[in-house]
Design a protein around this ligand. Structure first.
Ligand code: FAD
Length: 423
């Protein structure tokens, strides 16, 4: 262990040639495909740097999918070792907490930094060593607490010891996206599913129903539409997977009104919002999604407490949504590789996985990905947006070369070549 995780790294000053964008020559106009957490935050971060942004969203309004869930938690994704992903998620968590705090102060966003309690898993699932994690993470992110300490903190009859994350909190994802998109330099075009991205001499032309919708070409396009990315040839080879989840919303009772922290175990329960508590999602891949996970989720919430908390079980609402994750569970972030050309450039890796002296990657100019935020989009998407906006704008990006490499869309092809899995 090298001490606590650091968010800083060596700045990635030397962008590869494909990443270099001559801002002076560019009209600062960009298109973003998808108005979820990733697309909305990317649009806002570009707008902050002076770009005019058009966001294309296939749904007729923003109240669908994840945005209809009511409450999402900002929680740090925790790793047992210090590595690039651990550093990215820690930096992302702290960045998001600051961004939401600022939006709450300046734009009236309902951000609730109530803290989160993660109870230790029972029995054989007790995996993470408290002392090792406390050495890695700062106190505002993770503090080990005994059962008595957690009971005193929350005032609830919690069943086990666990972790307290004081800087965690929750917000309404619909309100978050609306707030990010509410900027004079951002135009939102709803009900517009992009189905083709075509390279023209001045940039990218976007087509919907095979018709040109913009009447102009965009020098920069960010694909931030989750699984929707698979419909474009430029991103179709990315290993993305759709995972279905169900969130329950139960009515607030006198007893449950005492919940002021997010309490998390196998499932979690949020403080009440608009008279209801969210019970965090149960997930299954599309192939194995179960029909009814309601009973299981309620039982798991019951397991959080030693004595049963009286919950109102009549009138339970459930909401389903899907998330997009990558084969290695990390976001897919950065300039879009020209996969066919990269396959040719890096063919030597199939003969020698450590081949040196290879050329820099080839990219599709002006095309970027911000995808696969998995189950931690609130933690990863805002910093990902700031990273992309910095790269696009030609500033020093806020992630080290090592961290950016761990998220780079090219990593999957490189690994497959090294393992001789490419025909
Ligand atoms: C049930 C559930 C609970 C979750 N709970 C949490 C939580 O508590 N905390 C947390 O951090 N994360 C949580 N997540 C994960 C989080 O929701 C995701 O990480 C996040 O939504 C990813 O955002 P996104 O913008 O990448 O994708 P999405 O939210 O899927 O947004 C993509 C958008 O692109 C649009 N689109 C798709 N194709 C096209 C096209 N061709 N043209 C135009 N638009 C298109 C879609 O309509 C959609 O609006 C949860 C996810 C689920 C499913």
């Amino acid at each position: 262990m090298q001490g606590k995780l650091s968010c800083r790294g060596k700045a990635n000053n030397k962008a590869s040639p494909g990443l270099k964008i001559d801002c002076a020559k560019l009209q600062r106009t960009a298109a973003v495909i998808g108005a979820g957490v990733a697309g909305s935050s990317t649009a806002r971060h570009l707008a902050r740097k002076g770009w005019q942004v058009t966001v294309f969203e296939q749904a007729a309004n923003l109240e669908h999918g994840v945005n209809a869930l009511g409450q999402l938690a900002l929680r740090c994704r925790i790793f047992a070792q210090d590595n690039s992903l651990a550093r990215f998620f820690l930096a992302g968590f702290l960045y998001s907490a600051r961004e939401f705090q600022r939006m709450s102060r300046d734009e009236g966003l309902g951000w609730h930094p109530c803290g989160l309690v993660q109870l230790q898993r029972a029995g054989r699932h007790r995996k993470k060593d408290p002392a090792a994690l406390e050495r890695l993470y700062p106190e505002e992110v993770l503090l080990w607490r005994s059962q008595e300490q957690l009971r005193a903190l929350t005032g609830l009859p919690l069943a086990r010891s666990g972790w307290h994350s004081p800087a965690a909190g929750w917000l309404d994802p619909l309100e978050l996206c609306q707030t990010w998109l509410n900027h004079p330099a951002i135009e939102l075009k709803q009900g517009t599913a992009i189905d083709q991205i075509v390279r023209e001499s001045d940039g990218w032309r976007l087509l919907s129903d095979s018709k040109d919708i913009g009447g102009r070409d965009f020098p920069v396009v960010v694909i931030a539409c989750g699984m929707g990315a698979l419909r474009f040839p430029q991103s179709a080879s990315l290993p993305l997977q759709s995972v279905s989840g169900e969130v329950l919303r139960i009515r607030e009772s006198e007893a449950s009104g005492a919940i002021h922290h997010i309490i998390q175990g196998e499932r979690g329960i949020f403080p009440a919002y608009q008279g209801r508590h969210c019970i965090s999602a149960s997930f299954g891949t599309d192939e194995n999604a179960q029909e009814d996970l309601t009973g299981q989720s309620l039982a798991m919430v019951g397991d959080l407490f030693n004595s049963p908390l009286q919950l109102k079980l009549e009138g339970i609402e459930s909401a389903k949504a899907k998330r997009c994750q990558s084969a290695d569970f990390a976001p897919v972030l950065g300039a879009a590789p020209d996969f066919a050309e990269c396959r040719r450039l890096y063919a030597p890796l199939a003969r020698n996985a450590r081949a040196a002296g290879l050329p820099p990657p080839a990219h599709l100019p002006g095309l970027f990905f911000n995808l696969a935020h998995g189950s931690h989009g609130l933690c990863s998407a805002p910093l990902a947006a700031e990273y992309l906006a910095s790269v696009i704008h030609g500033e020093n990006p806020p992630l080290s070369r090592e961290i950016a490499g761990a998220l780079d869309p090219l990593r999957f092809l490189i690994r497959r070549l090294q393992r001789q899995q490419v025909d």
